[in-house]
Write a protein that binds this ligand. Structure first.
Ligand SMILES: NC(=O)C1=CN([C@@H]2O[C@H](COP(=O)(O)OP(=O)(O)OC[C@H]3O[C@@H](n4cnc5c(N)ncnc54)[C@H](O)[C@@H]3O)[C@@H](O)[C@H]2O)C=CC1
Ligand SMILES: O=C(O)CCC(=O)C(=O)O
Length: 448
C-alpha cells in the first residue's frame, strides 16, 4: 500500500534514506505511517509540532564493545546495543535480545514498536530496546555469566529505575537477567528496580514469566468473542518454544483449545493428539534441548526440519510467537486456504506486510503484535510499581491486572479503528491509539 499523503510520503522517503541498511526498521515505520494517514488529516497541530519527524528518530542510540573470555581462555568480542527511543511518557522500557542476527536495525525496529506498545498498556513507560549479536546457544553457564557481566559493565551507566529499565527478550531469560542484575548491583552499589523479569527472591513479580503468553491469549480471547468466536474446541498452531510460546500454549489449552504444533529455529513438531506441554517445558526450560527430541517420547508426533513449514499444518487459530517475518505471503495464503480465521501475534512483527495484506483481504481476525503481546511489558510495568512501593502482589492480583490491561487494549484498538472508519482493523487501531498518547505528550513537552 503506497502512502497517499504527501507529507507522510516525504517523511518515509527521508526515513528510508537515513536508515537504508535497516530493512526491519523501515518495515516497522512504514506500517505505522500508513496507519497514521487519517491522523495527519485530522491533527494538523501534531504536524506543526513536528511530532511525526521526531517519532521516527530515536532519542539516543548506544553501541559498545562487549569483551568476554570463553571456557578455552580465549577473548571474544561482541557488539552491544541500547536504543533509547522515546521517553515522552515514561522511562525507556524494553527488553534485551541476545541472538546472532542482532544489529542496529533489529534493535531500532523493536524499540520503535515498543514506544507504541508501551503507550497502549496505559502505564507510564517510554520505549527502548537493547541487545547483542552474542549467541547464547551452546554456551556454558560460566560463559553466559561472563558475557552478561561484561554487557552490564557498559550498560549500567546508561540505565536506572527512573531512566531506562531493560528486561528479557529472545535469548535473555531469568538466568541472564539474574547475572545482569548482580553485576549492576555490584557496580552501582544500590538495590533498585533497574531490570524487570527478575527472580522472585530479589524483586521480581509473580506472573512476569507467564505474562506475554497469557496476555496474548487474554487479548485473543476478547478479540474472538467480539467476533462471535472463542478458543473452545479450536485447533491452534503456536510457533517457537520459548518463553512466549510456552505460556501461550498453557493459557490457550486452559481456554479450551487444542494446540497441535510448536517449533524452534531448526524445525517443528506436529502432535495431532495435542502438545504435551510438560515435556516441552522440561526440554526447553530445564534441559535447553532442541524441539526435535520431543518425538523420542511421543511416537504419535512427527518432526520436520525448517521452521516455516509449521504454517502448512491446518489450524483455526495461529499464534506466531518466535521471531520477526516468520509468516510471509505464501505462508499466510496457506493458512487461509486451510481455514485459519485468526492470527494473533506473540512475537514482534512476525508477519511480513504482504502477509498482513492477505489477512485483511480475507477477513482474518488479526491481532497485531504491539497490542497482542503487550502483556509482557505491562507486567514489567507492574513489577516496577511493586519495586517502587517495596511490595509484592499475589499471583491472582497481578493476573487480574494483566487481564484488565489486555481487555482495555483490545477495547482501545477496536474503538479507535471504528472512530477512524476502519472497523475491525485492529492494526490501524493499535497504531493510532498508541501514537496519540505519545504524540500528545510530545506536543505538551515542546521541541525536545
Ligand atoms: N519475552 C517477552 O516478554 C516478550 C517477547 N516478545 C517477542 O516474542 C518473541 C519470542 O521471544 P521469547 O519467547 O521471549 O524468546 P525465547 O528466547 O524464550 O524464545 C524464542 C523462541 O523462538 C525460536 N526461534 C527463534 N528463531 C526462530 C525461527 N527463525 N523460527 C522458529 N523459531 C525460532 C527459538 O528456538 C525459541 O524457541 C520475540 O519476537 C520477542 O521479541 C514480545 C513481547 C514480550
Ligand atoms: O518487559 C519488558 O520490558 C520488555 C518486553 C519486550 O521486550 C517486548 O515487549 O517486546
Amino acid at each position: 500500500m503506497a502512502l497517499k499523503n504527501e507529507y507522510l510520503s516525504n517523511l518515509l522517503e527521508t526515513v528510508k534514506k537515513r536508515n537504508a541498511a535497516e530493512p526491519e526498521f523501515i518495515q516497522a515505520v512504514t506500517e505505522v505511517l500508513e496507519s497514521l494517514e487519517p491522523v495527519v488529516e485530522k491533527r494538523p497541530d501534531l504536524v506543526e509540532a513536528g511530532v511525526f519527524e521526531r517519532l521516527v528518530e530515536p532519542e539516543r542510540q548506544l553501541m559498545f564493545r562487549v569483551p568476554w573470555v570463553d571456557d578455552q581462555g580465549k577473548v571474544q568480542v561482541n557488539r552491544g546495543f541500547r536504543v533509547q527511543f522515546s521517553s515522552a511518557i515514561g522511562p525507556y522500557k524494553g527488553g534485551i535480545r541476545l541472538h546472532p542476527s542482532v544489529y542496529l536495525g533489529i534493535i531500532k525496529f523493536l524499540g520503535f514498536e515498543q514506544v507504541l506498545k508501551n503507550s497502549l498498556t496505559t502505564l507510564p513507560m517510554g520505549g527502548g530496546k537493547g541487545g547483542s549479536d552474542f549467541d547464547p546457544k551452546g554456551k556454558s553457564d560460566g560463559e553466559i555469566m561472563r558475557f552478561c557481566q561484561s554487557f552490564m559493565t557498559e550498560l549500567y551507566r546508561h540505565i536506572g529505575a527512573d531512566t531506562d529499565v531493560p528486561a528479557g527478550d529472545i535469548g535473555t531469560g531469568a538466568r541472564e537477567v539474574g547475572y545482569m542484575y548482580g553485576q549492576y548491583k555490584r557496580l552501582a552499589n544500590e538495590f533498585t528496580g533497574i531490570l524487570t523479569g527478575k527472580g522472585l527472591t530479589y524483586g521480581g513479580s509473580l506472573v512476569r514469566t507467564e505474562a506475554t503468553g497469557y496476555g496474548l491469549c487474554y487479548f485473543t480471547d476478547v478479540m474472538l468473542k467480539a467476533n462471535g468466536k472463542s478458543f473452545e474446541g479450536q485447533t491452534v498452531v503456536v510457533s517457537g518454544s520459548g518463553n512466549v510460546s510456552i505460556y501461550a500454549v498453557e493459557k490457550a489449552v486452559e481456554m479450551g483449545a487444542k494446540v497441535v504444533a510448536m517449533s524452534d529455529s531448526n524445525g517443528y513438531i506436529h502432535d495431532p493428539n495435542g502438545i504435551d506441554l510438560a515435556c516441552v517445558k522440561q526440554l526447553k526450560e530445564v534441559e535447553r534441548r532442541r524441539i526435535k527430541d520431543y518425538v523420542d517420547t511421543h511416537p504419535g508426533a512427527t518432526y520436520k526440519e525448517g521452521s516455516t513449514g509449521i504454517w502448512t499444518i491446518p489450524c483455526d487459530i495461529a499464534l506466531p510467537c518466535a521471531t520477526q517475518n516468520e509468516i510471509d505471503k505464501a505462508s499466510a495464503e496457506i493458512l487461509v486456504k486451510n481455514g485459519c480465521y485468526c492470527v494473533s501475534e506473540g512475537a514482534n512483527m512476525p508477519s511480513t506486510p504482504e502477509a498482513i495484506e492477505v489477512y485483511l483481504a480475507n477477513g482474518v481476525l488479526y491481532g497485531p503484535a504491539k497490542a497482542a503481546n503487550a502483556g509482557g511489558v505491562a507486567t514489567s510495568g507492574l513489577e516496577m510499581s511493586q519495586n517502587s512501593a517495596r511490595l509484592s502482589w499475589t499471583f491472582e492480583e497481578v493476573d487480574q491486572k494483566l487481564k484488565n490491561i489486555m481487555h482495555n487494549i483490545f477495547k482501545n484498538c477496536d474503538e479507535t479503528a471504528k472512530a477512524y472508519g476502519m472497523e475491525g482493523n485492529y492494526m490501524a487501531g493499535a497504531n493510532i491509539a498508541g501514537f496519540l498518547k505519545v504524540a500528545e505528550a510530545m506536543k505538551a513537552q515542546g521541541c525536545v
